[in-house]
Design a protein around this ligand. Structure first.
Ligand code: ZN
Length: 88
């Protein structure tokens, strides 16, 4: 029973992480577009926006069970490749 609750918790956590990731990525893109139209896009601004985006992703995009970074996987990830925790 406890194991079942844990699994349920992982799925709920992953939903939140996924939502945050979508919002974060959308915000980073919106920010880049905004800067592009208001101030013009230069290398430094691109680096700052990408840096913030990558930093956010590295903090947020982690397995809710083992806390390992879920690198280079699509958002419809089914389970953690590190610990095998199921997300869906
Ligand atoms: Zn994991």
């Amino acid at each position: 029973m406890e194991q079942q609750e844990h699994k349920h918790h992982i799925k709920a956590e992953f939903k939140k992480i996924k939502l945050r990731q979508i919002i974060g990525v959308t915000a980073a893109i919106a920010c880049a577009v905004y800067i592009h139209f208001t101030q013009g896009l230069d290398v430094n601004r691109v680096l700052i926006v990408s840096g913030v985006g990558l930093f956010f992703s590295s903090v947020n995009w982690r397995c809710p069970s083992c806390k390992k970074y879920l690198a280079h996987f699509p958002l419809d990830l089914q389970k953690c490749t590190k610990c095998g925790a199921k997300f869906t």
